[in-house]
Structure formats: C-alpha cells, structure tokens
Design a protein around this ligand. Structure first.
Ligand code: ZN
Ligand code: ZN
Ligand code: FE
Length: 751
C-alpha cells in the first residue's frame, strides 16, 4: 500500500433522493477507501482517504452513477489525509439544504420490476414497491426536509424487514422514504359495484376486457382508463368525460409494445424509457391496433410506458394498451384526493382501482415531443417538478412569477435556479384556481424562497394577474406577454440579449391595447423593441371568433379581397348560415365588437377553416393542429407575400390568401395548400428576420410561443435560418413556459 492520501469531491446535479449516497457508500466499499459522504445545499460532498491507487479506482467508479441520478458538474481537490477506517454516510448538513431536497417522482426501476414479477420475492405483485432508485417523491411530500415523517407514508409503520432494509447502507432501500411491503404498506383495492372481486388486478382486467371504464389511482392523481383497442370503450369514455375530440394518451407495459404502435427514433425511445416517463408524442403506425377514436384524424399518438408497479401489474393482466387520461371532467384539475375522486369521477367510471397511499401534491403527466432533433417539453409536470431549471444567469432578488391564464404554470426563482410548479391548466374555473393557489403555497414552503418581486402578465383580467396583485410583496412587475415568451427562451440558453425573438402564438396583450401574437422583437431582458408584426385581423365577437374560426376566415377574406371575396365558391361558407355571415360581415365592416389581433395562431385557424371547410373548433388549437397534420411533407412551393411599413414592419399575407383561395376554387388539394401556407409563413418570417439582421448585425435568434409546437413550422424555420436559432427545450414554448420569462424580465427591470 502506498502513502495515504485524501481528496474532497463535490458533485452537483440530481444527486439527492435518488439513492446516490448509498451508491457512493457501495463504491467506497468496493474500492476500499475510507471517509464520508453527505448532502449539502448544492448537491453531494464526498471525502475519501486511502492509497492513491484506491482513490483513483473510486473516482473511476463514480463515472457511471445510478440511472436516476445525473451529474451536472463535479470538482475534486486534495485534502489532508485523516486516520479513519470506515466509510460513513453522514447526516445532511442543515443550512439551505431544503432548496434542493425534494426530488421529482421516478419511474419504477428494473430491480423493483423484477421483484414484483418474482414469486419468491417478498414484494411479489406488490403495487407500491419502490426503492432509492425509484418511486414517488414530490407527489407524497408534505413538508421539508424530505424524510418519511414528512410524507404521506408517515402513517404506515415499517415492519421489521422493511426497517432492516431501511437502516442498512448496503441495501438498495437504505433510506428509501416511501419503503413498503405487503405486510406493512398500503393496499390496493378494486372498488366495484359487484361482490368480492378477488385479486384486484384480475378483476380490473376483466372489467377492461368487458369495455368498462376504470378510475385508476396512480402517482400524481387519478386516471380514467379503458381498453385502447376498443372503439366502443373509447367512445363511452368520450361521452362520459364530455371530451369530444381531444386526443387521449395510451399507456403500454414496455418499449416493445410502443414499437408495435408507433415509428420511433432513438431520442423517442430514450424519452419513453427515461426515469421521468413523460407522454411522448410519436408517429402512429398505420398497422397499430388502436381504436381510431383515441386521436381522430391525428397522425401522432401520445404514448407512455408504465411508470409505477401498479400500472405494470394492471397492464400485464390486461394484456393490451390502455387509454390513460387525466381523471377529471374536461377543463378541471386532475383529481387526487380519494373522496373527491369518488364524487367527481363516480358518474364516469364503472369501478375504481385504488391504493391507500395518499397523494399530497397533484401532478399531471408530462408531455414531450422530439422537434428538430431534440426533446421539447410541451407540458412540464410529473417527473420534472420540482427539479429546477438552471438559468444561464443569476437573479439579483428572489421572484415569484405568476404565469399566464391558459396552460398555467408558475415559478419561484432565486440565484440561478428557477423552480417551476406543475402544469395547472386554464385558470378559468374555481377548482383550477384553488389548485393553483395551493400549488404556489406548497412550492413556497418546499423551496423556502421568500419572494421580493412578484411578476405577472400585462393583461389585467388574467386570474394569475389578479392573484399577483393581491399578494403582499411590495414590488409588482407587469411583463408583456411576448417579451416574457422570448425571455423564457433566453433564460434557458443563458442569453442576456440582445436577441431577435420570433414570438408566434394565439394571443397576448400588447402595450397598445391590441392582441399581439405574430411578433418579431429585439429583446434584452429589461426591454424590447417590436420590429415586425403580422398584419392584424379583426376578431368578430372577440373570444367567439376563436371557437368559430369561420369568422376569422371571413375577416381574412374581406381584407384580402377588399370587401368582395368569392364566398359562394368556398365550401366553408356553404356550412355557415347566410344570416350569420351577414351579421359577422357587419361587425367586421363597422368594427363592432371586433378587436384587432396579430396572432399567428389566428392565421392557422383561419386558413385551416378555409382549407378544410370546418367552421368550428372543439378545443383550442384544434384546427391549427389539423392544418399542420394536413400538410404534404414533400411540397416545396409557396405563395407571394409583402413586407412593408416601418417600425414595426408588417408581414402582409393578403397575397397568400388570394392565391390560396384561387387554388382552392380550382380544386387543388388542401394538403398542398397547407404545405404552401406553412412554407410561405416560414419564408416571410425568415425574410423579415434577415431585414432586421442587416440593421443589427449578427444576433442569436429564438423561436417561442405556442405555434412552435408545430413541428413543420419549427423545423423548416430552423433549416431556413441556420444554427443561430435557439428552441425551447426544458420549458414549453407555449404559455406553460411563460412564467420563466416573467421571472427574469421582472428581475432585470427592477435592477
Ligand atoms: Zn426501485
Ligand atoms: Zn414492510
Ligand atoms: Fe402566449
């Protein structure tokens, strides 16, 4: 043995609540080093002592950490050797440890899965099996620090076997806070209308095979579940849930089952099996054995792989893919409390598959799609929350950013960490609003952040704006919607500006009182300049025009054809009553209840209504999505457009509209017209950006706003503009990412 040496290693990243310290302990045993490991405010610190060769061996082992952990950075320094014999796991230093101490929920690990399938294991078929590598975390946490007494498992006393595992540093369940077994842990029951159902999973599978609807209690809330291969079952679920056309997600038991349903690339496979286990939007195979009613007229399907033992047991009995959609009526928050679930879902579900582990923090499934060669998060919730988004900048003061009205999330930011709360949804009913307030209070207490600044949208009528204004913090900052969108992308990529931000969405209030949403801005964090916008359209009836896109199409046509469009030649207007058309034309002509809107999303809605001949939308963004899906992938043609005016420039698409209408009347297929529309919007945007770049010199470009969930638009624009383009990766491009931008702008504006 050589001379004794000492080293201190610090590791940052996801290293707490994922079994990292016990793993380090095992590595230390194997390498034969003494010392200690503990959690601190930034991550994990390790001190090791032994021969130089042993220390080197130990460090080499650290290079492949457990699956649920991820190391952002590590440092190593030499320290004076100490005369210690053992390697010990020290108690966490207190201090600011709580800032990082509650981990996100983690999908079941391979070892736990093997145990529930093993008839000799004591957790055979036990639905609440977990270990330090997997299981619930955020969703069961009541307060900090994260230990068993502070989770919803506090009421369950460990049996001697579980206690032994919990206390043994060599065990996979050392300090696994939700540890449980069939002897001491919560049970699973099938609550049925009939008599004794026997094994709950066998009973549940039988009901599913009979076309019944189940309410299933999972990790972050209840799902509604049915046989995904049965049209009749899916139709029943739609009718009872009052959700007519919005796509449902489908859960499978393993990657092989996902491969049978969808075309997958390696990024998608990796996402499907990641420990976050989001719903992944993937291209459905034409051969897929799935009911068409799951996602009508949609080439994509939201797929996810079982992420808790309960789901695995249910799927292995059911032996078919299952629809798993949030357990709620349309537009309400996900149900998580048992009594509440029974009340709210009783009229929808034929039976309840439940477990006895209370859910403390509701958390919907996350949604991700691979766009331009990398994952883009569309909905950020279970598996990601409360892990912080690391800002490429440091804030001067702690901020609470209250988010948007639709697809709301909020954020608590301090230093270079931004903690986003889970996706809440649209803040337009009391249930959602109170879920929002509870979630804000919960994250305040988990992070210990005391905000000094409260950021909100410029729109005075957003529920999140009213919430912000009622808070007691002194500094309130209103942030313009599209400035916040651009700043969210800047924050993700550590850009301080100036940048050119292309912000395309449905709507957001501009400082001039009109609805913006087709904006090209030069942004810094504290200010922005609007350099270009899409020509505004009147929204006849305001919000009504968004649900009835034929009104938008009419406004577009009246504008493009100077008041004399060939309506009688267009199939769309054969589906709308002549009296309605006359009324709306009067509203547009006289500007009665017809506010102007620049939103790129409105052009998608209008062109889709026109091209597909569909007057109404059943949910927000439905037609825009259908228009994206309709586009012919190989078509490269485009229509004319005009860029004129100054400060700001106007992107005028009237020539596009006239040409598209001529082609439609001539019988050209909607798929070609849609492709040419997309190509034209890309060309007009790229051309405008180049005009701006000639003025400013080279600047980075960010694409943001809900329209950039459209894969075709995003990928074509990236191709057109090249490598200087930054996309959202960690937070949604839509309003679900807005709070992040609000936080960094509010901080910059008050410096
Ligand atoms: Zn496990
Ligand atoms: Zn036990
Ligand atoms: Fe928006």
């Amino acid at each position: 043995m050589g001379a004794r040496a000492g080293q201190r290693i610090r590791m940052h990243g996801i290293v707490q609540g994922v079994g990292f310290r016990p793993w380090v302990w095992r590595m230390a045993q194997e390498a034969g080093v003494a010392g200690r490991v503990w959690n601190d405010g930034q991550g994990v610190t390790i001190e090791i002592f032994g021969s130089p060769a042993a220390l080197q061996d130990f460090r080499a082992r650290l290079a492949s950490p457990p699956a649920a952990a991820s190391i952002d950075a590590s440092t190593c320094e030499d320290i004076a050797p100490e005369d210690v014999d053992d390697f010990v796991i020290s108690h966490s230093a207190v201090g600011d440890v709580r800032r990082v101490s509650i981990p996100a929920d983690i999908a079941t690990c391979a070892e736990c899965l093997a145990e529930i399938d093993d008839p000799r294991a004591r957790r055979f078929r036990y639905a609440l099996t977990n270990c330090t590598q997997c299981g619930p975390r955020f969703t069961i946490a009541r307060q900090i620090p994260y230990d068993r007494a502070h989770t919803t498992m506090a009421a369950f006393e460990m049996c001697p076997d579980c206690r032994r595992e919990y206390e043994d540093p060599a065990d996979r369940r050392f300090h696994a806070q939700p540890i449980a077994c069939p002897k001491c842990g919560p049970r699973v029951r099938l609550v049925n209308h009939g008599g004794d159902p026997g094994d709950p999973f066998v009973g549940a599978a039988q009901l599913l095979a009979d076309g019944k609807i189940l309410a299933v209690k999972g990790v972050g809330g209840y799902h509604l579940c049915c046989d995904a291969t049965s049209s009749a079952a899916v139709r029943t679920l739609r009718a009872r849930k009052r959700r007519e056309e919005k796509p449902f997600a489908v859960m499978v038991d393993a990657l092989a089952a996902a491969e049978a349903l969808a075309e997958l690339n390696s990024d998608e496979r990796q996402l499907l099996m990641s420990s976050e286990r989001p719903i992944v939007l993937v291209r459905r195979k034409s051969s897929a054995n799935l009911a068409a009613e799951i996602a009508p007229d949609n080439p994509f399907i939201g797929l996810f792989v079982a992420y808790s033992p309960l789901h695995h047991l249910l799927l292995s009995e059911a032996r078919r893919p299952l629809v798993m959609t949030s357990g709620n009526l349309s537009e309400e928050p996900i149900a998580c409390d048992d009594d509440e679930a029974r009340q709210r879902l009783g009229a929808i579900a034929d039976a309840f598959l439940v477990h006895g582990r209370p859910i403390e923090n509701p958390c919907d499934d996350s949604v991700v799609r691979v766009v331009a060669g990398a994952p883009m998060v569309f909905r950020r919730a279970r598996g990601y929350v409360p892990r912080p988004v690391r800002l490429g900048m440091a804030l001067s003061r702690p901020v609470l950013a209250c988010g948007a009205q639709l697809k709301n999330t909020f954020c608590l930011a301090q230093g270079s960490d931004a903690f986003l709360g889970p996706h809440i949804g649209d803040l337009d009913n009391l249930a959602t609003l109170s879920a929002y307030e509870r979630a804000v209070n919960r994250l305040l207490s988990f992070t210990g952040i005391v905000p000094e600044i409260v950021a909100h949208d410029l729109h005075p009528d957003y529920a999140s704006t009213r919430f912000a204004r009622e808070r007691s913090e002194v500094i309130k900052v209103a942030v313009q919607h599209h400035h916040a969108h651009v700043a969210a992308a800047m924050a993700e990529h550590g850009l301080n500006g100036p940048v050119i931000g292309v912000a395309y969405d449905g709507t957001g209030l501009g400082p001039d009182g009109t609805a913006w949403g087709g904006e090209i801005l030069i942004c810094e964090l504290a200010r922005f300049e609007r350099v270009a916008t899409l020509r505004a359209l009147p929204l006849a009836g305001g919000e009504v025009a968004i649900r009835q896109p034929w009104r938008l199409a009419l406004a577009l046509l009246d504008d493009a054809f100077a008041g004399d469009p060939p309506l009688h030649m267009l199939p769309l207007f054969q589906r709308v009553a002549a009296t309605d058309v006359a009324l709306v034309r009067r509203m547009i002509g006289q500007r009665l209840n017809a506010p102007l809107a620049h939103g790129a999303g409105r052009y998608f809605d209008a062109l889709a209504a026109l091209g597909l001949g569909v007057p109404q939308a059943r949910f927000e963004g439905q037609l825009a999505m259908a228009w994206d899906f309709a586009a012919d992938a190989g078509e490269a043609g485009r229509y004319p457009f005009v860029i004129d005016g100054e400060a700001p420039l106007t992107m005028d698409l009237r020539p596009l509209v006239r040409e598209a209408v001529r082609e439609l009347i001539a019988g050209i297929s909607p798929s070609l017209i849609s492709a040419r529309f997309h190509n034209t919007l890309v060309a007009a945007t790229a051309e405008t950006v180049r005009i701006v770049l000639r003025r400013t010199g080279p600047l980075p470009i960010v694409l943001t706003g809900g329209c950039f969930q459209n894969g075709r638009l995003t990928e074509s624009l990236v191709r057109e503009l090249g490598e200087i383009v930054h996309l959202h990766r960690q937070v949604p491009p839509g309003d679900g990412g807005l709070c992040l931008g609000q936080a960094v702008v509010a901080d910059a504006m008050t410096r």
